[in-house]
Design a binder for this molecule. Structure first.
Ligand code: HEC
Length: 254
């Protein structure tokens, strides 16, 4: 009897456990898809080009050299809140110097009241209050990216949330048969290293914009690790036929 390097294989587990694991993986997989849609939605297009690029991440975390905060928001996550003509009207007002007189005489005050105040009325402390000239003027300043308080809040949510997700998915994946063993270990540890690199780089991108690449690459690595563990676990749970050698190793056949 030797101590085995791997957890018992899915095929040796009771049907009930496999059904539980599959249900968990399916719901987490759907959650992962929604998370990716959200990332795309909140970052894509900030640089004025469609799609998600490293430049969008640089603008999100460290700000934009050419645009004010409201312009980056109107090109990015707030783009669908109003028709393009109204968006251009607001941007033109900002470019003219974001003057108070001009705010009332142009259509900007009305547009903001109609399109933005439902959410930006000050009732949610996490999004800027855009009531009145003062509110709008506060976002018509140079875009310095996400502020540190927002980053800290999002960091702790991500660190806890992602650790839970990968602990669960990794615990399930441990029951898969993967050789060489180092490959299995790399897949298991990658998301934990990636989340630390990802979150660290949000802050570092503020100091040195190329760190946005690390944000992008670590996000991709997390996605690959998730997909790999998901597919291998599901496949080995339901379709895979373990070799006689594996069965013997598990002590089921002597
Ligand atoms: C349906 C609710 C909703 C509406 C309507 C809305 N916003 Fe937002 N806005 C949000 C949320 C939530 C955030 C914070 C999350 C984010 O950045 O995606 C936000 C963030 C912002 C930010 C800060 C972005 C940053 O990078 O810090 C600006 C500026 C902004 N909105 C402007 C506007 C303007 C201008 C309008 C009207 C044309 C508008 N919003 C309409 C919900 C809304």
């Amino acid at each position: 009897m030797t101590i085995q390097e791997h957890c018992i294989h899915f095929k040796m587990m009771p049907m009930g456990v496999r059904v539980l694991y599959s249900g968990t993986l399916i719901v987490l997989g759907v959650g992962y898809l929604f998370a990716m849609i959200h990332i795309f939605d909140s970052h894509a297009g900030r640089d004025g080009n469609p799609g998600l690029s490293v430049n969008d991440l640089i603008i999100a975390y460290s700000g934009s050299k050419s645009d004010t905060k409201i312009e980056s928001a109107l090109k990015g996550p707030m783009a669908n809140m109003l028709p393009p003509e109204e968006r251009n009207e607001i941007i033109a007002w900002v470019r003219r110097g974001a003057e108070e007189k001009d705010f009332k005489s142009s259509g900007v005050e009305g547009i903001v009241e109609r399109r933005c105040l439902v959410c930006h009325n000050g009732s949610n402390p996490h999004i800027p209050n855009l009531t009145g000239y003062k509110g709008l003027h506060s976002v018509a300043q140079a875009d310095t990216g996400m502020d540190i308080f927002t980053l800290v809040r999002v960091s702790h949510i991500h660190l806890f949330g992602i650790t839970f997700i990968f602990f669960i998915v990794g615990s399930i994946f441990c029951h898969a048969y993967i050789r060489p063993l180092w490959l299995k270990c790399i897949v298991l540890i990658t998301p934990f290293i990636a989340i630390l690199a990802d979150i660290g780089s949000w802050y570092l991108t503020k100091l040195f914009p190329p760190f946005a690449w690390v944000v992008m690459i670590s996000g991709a690595l997390m996605g690959f690790a998730f997909a790999f563990m998901w597919i291998v676990s599901m496949y080995q749970m339901w379709l895979y036929k373990p070799s006689p050698a594996l069965l013997e190793q598990e002590g089921r056949v002597s």
